[in-house]
Design a protein around this ligand. Structure first.
Ligand SMILES: Nc1ncnc2c1ncn2[C@@H]1O[C@H](COP(=O)(O)OP(=O)(O)OP(=O)(O)O)[C@@H](O)[C@H]1O
Ligand SMILES: [Mg+2]
Length: 359
């Protein structure tokens, strides 16, 4: 997986989540540290334009230039901002906690950022995108090669995560039809109505497409929707039921938005991890072989190498047996519009009781 030729382009990964405080920064930092530890060149980008603090969890001090200087045209090219860290193979493009006025960055600037990131010499580039579903967050997320949405088992986090995914989808559709205002209008109207399933949007677009004599529009859009497959991490899990909350959110997104999201990962709430973060010593995960550190290691293996296999360091710790594996049994029904009890369920609850009914 190492960068073998100069023409090799890095894989751009975006970590977002809609809600604040769900662990986006910690997971971005931990995934970056883990990749770099196994010899993979990684650049982290603190793209949380509202409150960047990735450097803090890594225990690094701010340099003189940050992403803010790039957006304000004080630094012409991103490669000037790539700072090596004390961790081999890991670099960081810092965000500026002192910057104001980065709330509404023009689309072409975000576009340029992603374009220039693709030319940096690295295997992976991981963006920590801040909380919220404003255009800044959506535009960075939808342009990445791989998107990770972080949620926690709390209703608000699940709801925000779901809406983030929905907004990304709508934004992608709007961007796809940047030269067809009449179709953009239909998509925007559906966004404003809020509760409309993707099927309604597609049907309206299809009708409009027929009017303007372009039958491919509907198919193109359906393909684009199916290609949008963010990976979900449910962080700060405490019990098995929490995993069901994540499952329910994914099923809802697939049912209502027509997506085909398949990947759900989990990280338990781990006080040890929180203490390391508070000390600015996230790298302590290297000394841990269980808990959240182990789960993050597992996620890196599954996500980037498509393998369940754990490296000998962790395997020898013998923690695998202690890890809960979350398989949904055949007779377990998760809340969703596919649930057989959905219609008569006053609380829209059925099967396993999950809170995600509010989606
Ligand atoms: N698995 C976990 N176990 C225990 N604590 C965690 C875990 N993940 C994150 N935390 C703690 O949760 C808090 C918030 O984490 P973090 O700053 O990464 O969230 P965030 O989503 O980036 O927040 P923001 O939206 O403000 O940028 C931190 O104190 C962190 O240590
Ligand atoms: Mg953060």
């Amino acid at each position: 997986m190492a960068n073998e030729s100069a023409s090799h382009r890095p894989c751009i990964v975006a970590v977002a989540g809609g809600k604040g405080g769900v662990g986006k920064t910690v997971l971005t930092g931990a995934i970056g540290l883990t990749l770099s530890k196994i010899g993979i060149k990684t650049i982290l980008v603190d793209a949380d334009l509202g409150g960047p603090n990735l450097h803090q969890v890594l225990g690094l001090t701010l340099p003189s230039s940050t992403l803010c200087d790039y957006f304000n045209n004080r630094v012409p090219h991103l490669n000037r901002l790539v700072e090596r860290t004390i961790f081999p193979n890991l670099s960081l493009i810092f965000g500026s906690p002192h910057a104001i006025g980065l709330a509404n960055i023009k689309f072409y600037l975000k576009n340029r950022l992603i374009r220039q990131l693709r030319y940096l010499k690295s295997d992976y580039i991981i963006l920590d995108i801040g909380a919220g579903s404003a255009y800044n967050e959506l535009d960075l997320f939808i342009q990445a090669d791989l998107g990770i949405v972080v949620i926690t088992p709390e209703p608000l986090a699940i709801q925000n995560g779901y809406h983030f995914i929905r907004h990304c989808l709508m934004r992608r559709m709007v961007r796809q039809f940047h030269d067809k205002p009449e179709i953009q209008e239909i998509i925007r109207a559906n966004i404003d109505r809020g509760d409309t399933s993707i099927e309604t949007t597609l049907t309206s677009i299809s009708m409009k497409a027929r009017e303007i004599a372009n039958d491919d529009v509907h198919d193109d859009l359906e393909t684009a929707i199916k290609c949008f497959q963010p990976h979900i991490i449910i962080n700060m899990m405490e019990m098995k039921k929490d995993y069901y909350e994540g499952m329910a959110a994914i099923i809802a997104a697939n049912d209502i938005l027509g997506l085909q999201i398949e990947h759900l990962y989990h990280v338990h709430r781990d006080d040890w991890l929180r203490r390391s973060v508070n000390k600015g010593q996230l790298h302590e995960i290297f000394s841990k072989k269980d808990g959240a550190a182990y789960e993050i290691w597992k996620i890196v293996n599954q996500l980037f190498f498509d393998r369940e296999l754990i490296t000998p360091t962790f395997e020898s710790a013998g923690t695998l047996a202690n890890m809960a594996t979350f398989q949904i049994e055949e007779n377990e029904v998760i809340c969703s519009v596919r649930c057989e009890k959905w219609e008569e369920c006053a609380m829209r609850r059925g099967g396993i009781h999950v809170e995600s009914k509010f989606i």
